[in-house]
Design a protein around this ligand. Structure first.
Ligand SMILES: Cc1cc2nc3c(=O)[nH]c(=O)nc-3n(C[C@H](O)[C@H](O)[C@H](O)COP(=O)(O)OP(=O)(O)OC[C@H]3O[C@@H](n4cnc5c(N)ncnc54)[C@H](O)[C@@H]3O)c2cc1C
Length: 330
């Protein structure tokens, strides 16, 4: 007979064996979006076998890239014109068919516009609660997420048989795309073209700057900049630091910059090595999107501005003087 301790060990290793996770890869057919690697890291924390579903039009390169990541046992590939534009209406039936065939215990996607559009739909079809934007994994059933705009941290135990989860990329390190050799197989066949939507075209912003959510350095501006033209000061500084440029919602609402630059509760969540907040007061909704940055620098003329409470380095100064000075010294 086994001792209780040994029995528990055997039981937990059997549980891990029965556990299996499906990650829905985010990619542009040619390459994975970096956040897929962070999602893989969350899946590995959950434990058990990890498979990745790569659906697209000619997505061979993306599938091959993820098959090389350590810990990926299988990559399921679905290629069809139905997946043009990666609409949730066409991807949902594919995810459901894949789930029917393999019975995963966990289905994960990044908490990006892609994952946020797809997984609640999948969860509804599976009649389970989606678990959104997790920032930590305690065990296979217990997850950590923030509530009240990041002011409280919640630990939740999920009782649903299938856990459908979106993952906050900045909360998990990226898993390298090396060291593994997952089998590449075909995903279940089917007719996935949706009658509800048709993808027509897309116009993507072209920029030589790093993408905001994966940038190592970010220079961000708020209402204190006073106009869109004045953002040039930030672009000049960003060029010196190879940084992305972000903004507060007040700056976006005032029309200084487009809304894809917005950082915060209703914008993008970022966690770069360096975040320079210029003319931003530090409202909780803004902090919700950037307070996990490694080093926060604030430039604000008001010494009482709340941003100074979360900043590692603070400069009480007029930004119109301080920013050009800083740029010229770099
Ligand atoms: C539901 C909800 C969701 C929201 N989501 C977001 C979100 O996602 N992101 C977000 O950012 N906000 C969000 N907000 C808005 C948020 O509450 C604040 O209104 C906003 O963040 C303020 O932006 P700001 O700091 O640029 O502007 P202000 O609060 O007006 O601050 C401007 C700062 O600039 C400083 N300043 C002015 N002139 C100078 C100068 N010459 N030199 C130096 N400093 C100067 C001032 O001292 C001040 O601190 C949300 C609000 C709600 C209700």
């Amino acid at each position: 007979m086994f001792s209780p301790c040994t029995r528990n060990l055997i039981l937990s290793s059997q549980l891990r064996r029965f556990q299996s996770t499906l990650i829905i890869a985010e990619h542009n057919n040619e390459a994975l979006t970096a956040v897929t690697q962070n999602t893989l890291s969350a899946a590995k924390k959950i434990g058990g076998e990890v498979s990745v579903l790569v659906a697209g039009t000619k997505c061979g390169p993306a599938a091959e890239a993820i098959s090389k990541a350590g810990g990926v046992s299988k990559v399921l590939v679905a290629e069809s014109d139905a997946f043009k534009g990666f609409t949730p209406e066409s991807l949902t039936p594919l995810v459901l068919a894949t789930q029917k065939q393999f019975n995963f215990t966990h289905i994960l996607a990044p908490a990006t516009a892609f994952g946020k559009a797809l997984l609640p739909r999948v969860a509804a079809k599976l009649d389970v609660s989606p678990i959104t934007d997790i920032i930590g994994v305690k065990d296979a059933n217990t997850f950590i997420r923030t509530i009240y705009a990041g002011n409280a941290v919640l630990t939740l135990e999920a009782k649903d048989p299938i856990k459908v989860i979106t993952v906050r990329g900045t909360a998990f390190p990226p898993e390298p795309l090396e060291g593994g050799s997952g089998a590449v197989e075909k995903a279940p066949d089917g007719s996935y073209k949706s009658d509800l939507v048709e993808w027509v075209s897309q116009e993507l912003t072209k920029s030589d700057r790093p993408e905001l959510t994966s940038a190592k350095n970010i220079v961000s501006g708020g209402r204190g900049l006073k106009s869109g033209d004045n953002f040039k000061l930030l672009y000049d500084l960003a060029d010196k630091l190879n940084a992305a440029v972000g903004a507060s919602r007040a700056a976006v609402d005032a029309g200084f910059v487009p809304n894809d630059l917005q950082i915060g509760q209703t914008g993008k969540i970022v966690a770069p090595n360096l975040y320079i907040a210029v003319g931003i007061s530090g409202a909780i909704q803004h902090l919700a999107g950037m307070k996990d940055s490694k080093t926060i620098v604030a430039i604000n003329k008001d010494p009482e501005a709340p941003i100074f409470q979360v900043s590692d380095l603070g400069l009480v100064a007029d930004l119109f003087k301080a920013v050009p000075e800083l740029t010229s010294k770099l």
